[in-house]
Design a protein around this ligand. Structure first.
Ligand SMILES: C[S@@+](CC[C@H](N)C(=O)[O-])C[C@H]1O[C@@H](n2cnc3c(N)ncnc32)[C@H](O)[C@@H]1O
Length: 268
């Protein structure tokens, strides 16, 4: 099965909570309840954009920053195509959110091969319930994805759906040599906050390149000030705005190195 078929098989509305968040003209995000406006709720679910499902780590009246969401369908599809998930491939997802992407992964890999981690207990419970209701026996772990999930390791694929500033080395340790890690990057060297696809090698090194713009919300524990975004853009502009695909990343147990064109030209 390919990702497009998986998307056709899993109804998104079965994973979106009845309460979602919309941005008002004055800038505040406010709740939209399905019961109050079922047509607008369904329109938002069906049009494929990202849908905010939590703000400010659990505000109830109004809020500013999205802290959980169902990602836009175009980036969900791109990530699944990039990851090349086939039946029998063991996958660890960081950031269960609504559970929708975990359901798609279950269609591609088989439910027993998918583990997803969510840091927010309420969000994790909703994902668990939605997956169970839809008949996907995916394991949903409540916890900090920074630590991965050693119990199920090694994985063939690790996919993060929240952005990292520093890639946790545990993800490399828990990936089988020859396996892949796909992670959105925070504002470090490129203002588009791109996705990175890294291949893990025998020696415990992960290396790869940025592939396309990502724009994911940051992982809890890796949030940075807005100022860092401005500084990243300024530095990138001073470098002559190198194309995203020219940047690469090497992760070892000594840390993360970002380079331009070749691993022997580190920057940042
Ligand atoms: C963009 S949403 C994920 C979308 C999700 N994959 C889906 O299909 O709906 C990002 C999620 O990552 C979670 N998250 C943030 N930091 C995390 C961390 N350190 N460990 C695990 N989950 C985290 C957030 O609570 C949020 O639910």
């Amino acid at each position: 099965m390919n990702p497009a078929e998986a998307l056709r098989r899993v109804p998104r509305e079965n994973f979106i909570p009845d309460l979602i968040w919309v941005r008002r003209d004055d800038g505040w995000a406010v709740p939209l309840r399905r019961a109050d406006d079922p047509e607008r709720w369904l329109e938002m679910v069906r049009d494929g954009d990202s849908i905010t499902t939590q703000v400010d780590d659990g505000a109830t009246e109004k809020g500013t920053w999205p802290t959980s969401s169902a990602s836009a369908l175009h980036i969900v599809t791109t990530m699944l195509e990039t990851l090349k998930v086939e039946p029998g491939v063991k996958v660890l997802e960081i950031g269960a959110g609504t559970g929708y992407n975990a359901a798609l992964l279950a269609e591609l890999a088989g439910p027993s091969n998918v583990t997803t981690i969510e840091i927010d207990p309420d969000v994790a419970e909703q994902a668990r319930a939605a997956l169970a209701r839809s008949g996907y026996g995916v394991k949903v772990v409540t916890g900090d994805g920074t630590h991965g999930h050693a119990d199920g390791a090694p994985y063939d694929r690790v996919i993060a759906t929240a952005a990292v500033y520093e890639l946790p080395y545990t993800w490399v340790e828990q990936t089988r040599p020859g396996g892949f890690i796909l992670a959105p990057w925070g504002p470090t060297v490129h203002p588009d906050e791109p996705l990175a696809l890294l291949r893990v090698s025998e020696g415990g090194t992960a290396e790869g390149r940025f592939t396309c713009p990502g724009w994911f919300m940051p992982m809890r524990g890796q949030r940075v000030a807005q100022q860092v975004r401005h500084e990243t853009r300024e530095t990138w502009e001073k470098q002559g705005k190198p194309a995203l695909s020219r940047f690469g990343i090497t992760v070892t147990n000594h840390g993360t190195r970002i380079w331009l064109d070749s691993p022997d030209n580190p920057i940042g």
